[in-house]
Design a protein around this ligand. Structure first.
Ligand SMILES: Nc1ncnc2c1ncn2[C@@H]1O[C@H](COP(=O)(O)OP(=O)(O)O)[C@@H](O)[C@H]1O
Ligand SMILES: [Mg+2]
Length: 285
């Protein structure tokens, strides 16, 4: 099946970035799975020794000199997993993602990637370390073509980006069809595909998505979730914020409910879906 070798970074050049693929993840594994439980099994994945693959650990901080938005907030994703962050509007979900990506000066807490302390790194340096981030807003260049957006995504690479672009076109066939169109002419769901594709162009080791299904129809949402699962199966762990809480928790190995910048509930997706308090307060009963 295609996804088994999807992001495999074979035949790479000798440039210093060439090990930025997923050699340490599952792609050498013929099953195309990580060491953790497959994402389709719905949880029970346990943390690897040394902690999760990516963690924002007990983060406290806010914007500039303003008040703290995050209070001791922890979000994490492990190898082979999809982790989902849900919670009411203004809870600090996007702020938490920005903090993990290095867009906030934390007053407390740490961010670690594969055990390495990266709290002080700039977002650019985190991309070079293997992090891909699709922000909630302004996540594509609307005046550029689809293909130019993908090329921009690969800005840190010096090797041949063509194979990766083909992989993205295989994942999102509509983007191949529309590659010469300006991204601003695309539908909401197609734009989100461009945004995810752009982030994948760096061959990230972990992908962070902030509301990838915002503003799309239920059918398009299901399609996007399917594609996200497909990316996760290739061995790229996914940390994502979702407003479609129920649907997202159904595909989540791990879930976090944030309220007012704090962890209110966490558990496997299944546990959260079954929790009466979580259901009543956040899932509409
Ligand atoms: N750039 C910013 N500058 C100052 N405050 C912000 C900024 N972005 C968000 N906030 C504030 O941080 C809080 C959490 O917002 P946000 O993280 O966007 O929540 P969510 O993504 O859960 O809806 C809100 O009170 C919001 O007003
Ligand atoms: Mg948000």
């Amino acid at each position: 099946m295609r996804h088994e070798y999807f992001w495999k970074n074979e035949a790479m050049s000798s440039d210093p970035y060439s090990d930025r693929g997923n050699k340490d993840l599952s792609l050498g594994n013929p099953q195309g799975m990580g060491t953790a439980t497959p994402v389709t099994s719905g949880g029970r994945a346990s943390s690897a020794p040394g902690g999760p693959f990516l963690i924002g650990d007990k983060m406290t901080g806010g914007y500039g000199a303003g008040p703290d938005i995050l209070h001791d907030c922890t979000i994490a994703v492990d190898r082979g997993e999809i982790a989902v962050i849900v919670g009411p509007n203004g809870a600090g979900k996007s702020t938490g993602m920005k903090a993990v990506f290095g867009m906030l000066n934390l007053r407390g807490g740490h961010v670690r990637l594969d055990g390495e302390e990266i709290t002080a790194l700039s977002p650019q340096d985190r991309v070079a370390k293997g992090m891909g981030f699709v922000p909630q807003t302004s996540n594509i260049f609307t005046s550029m073509t689809v293909e130019e957006n993908l090329e921009m995504g690969a800005f840190i690479r010096t090797d041949d980006i063509r194979p990766t672009m083909e992989q993205i076109y295989d994942l999102f066939p509509i983007l191949r069809e529309k590659r010469r169109q300006s991204a601003g002419e695309l539908s909401g769901g197609q734009r989100q595909q461009v945004a995810v594709g752009r982030a994948l162009m760096t061959q990230p080791k972990v992908l962070m998505l902030d509301e990838p299904t915002a503003g799309v129809s239920p059918i398009v949402m299901d399609e996007l979730f399917d594609r996200i699962i497909e990316v996760a199966r290739t061995g790229i762990p996914i940390l994502m914020v979702e407003q479609n809480a129920r649907q997202a928790l159904e595909i989540a190995d791990k879930g976090y409910v944030l309220v007012q910048g704090r962890n209110a509930y966490s558990g496997t997706g299944k546990e959260l879906l079954a929790d009466p308090e979580v259901r009543k307060s956040f899932l509409g009963g």
